[in-house]
Design a protein around this ligand. Structure first.
Ligand SMILES: [Zn+2]
Length: 196
């Protein structure tokens, strides 16, 4: 009887140790994936910043040509102010899409053809007038959430696609996984968590 008990206890301990080792390996793999994601994002963040500036410039030129009226849609900017709709996909999101794991995106239609877009066009969103009233020219005009979503997904490979929206933003809102922004005055930077 005592032998059987010893064997059972032994098996339970062995199973526990094996589960612990597997958990550790998995968590190391997840950390490595997050590190690699953050390294790959370095140059993409710089390219994304340029895209945000280009979208700002398109928005501004449209306004200058239309007596101060803001573009009523993203489509209204193409092709005169933004030549290629592919410029409206963040380079990090383009890489994830290429690897078969698309990040959150929306669609626009140009000449009956659908193109995905991954930027948040705040001037078209409900609440922009309120933000402009409160923050003036510092109101966020366009944001990129792709870097934040990509880091989150690398860290949580099995999380539901929309789980990122239940995650509180990290403090401070900079470094890998930050939300990039171009403001109404053309300044680029990162969005602080209290600005969302
Ligand atoms: Zn981006």
């Amino acid at each position: 009887m005592r032998t059987i008990l010893t064997i059972v206890v032994g098996l339970v301990v062995a199973a526990g140790v094996a589960a612990g080792v597997m958990w550790m390996r998995q968590s190391q793999a997840t950390q490595a994936a997050a590190r690699s994601e953050s390294e790959q994002e370095g140059p993409e963040v710089a390219a994304c910043n340029d895209r945000l500036k280009a979208i700002y410039s398109a928005w501004k030129r449209y306004k200058d040509d239309h007596h101060g009226a803001t573009p009523p849609s993203v489509e209204a900017l193409i092709p005169k102010y933004i030549k290629d709709p592919k410029e409206l996909v963040c380079p990090t999101a383009a890489r994830w899409e290429k690897n078969g794991h698309p990040l959150d995106s929306g669609n626009i239609t140009i000449d009956k053809k659908k193109y995905s877009v991954t930027y948040g066009f705040k001037w078209l969103a409900a609440g922009y007038a309120r933000a402009e009233k409160a923050e003036g020219s510092r109101a966020p005009l366009v944001v990129c959430n792709a870097h934040r979503e990509a880091i989150f997904r690398a860290e949580h490979p099995h999380a539901a696609a929309n789980a990122i929206y239940n995650e509180p933003a990290k403090e401070p809102g900079s470094g890998p996984g930050a939300i990039l922004v171009v403001r109404t005055n053309g300044e680029t930077g990162t969005l602080q968590p209290n600005e969302e």
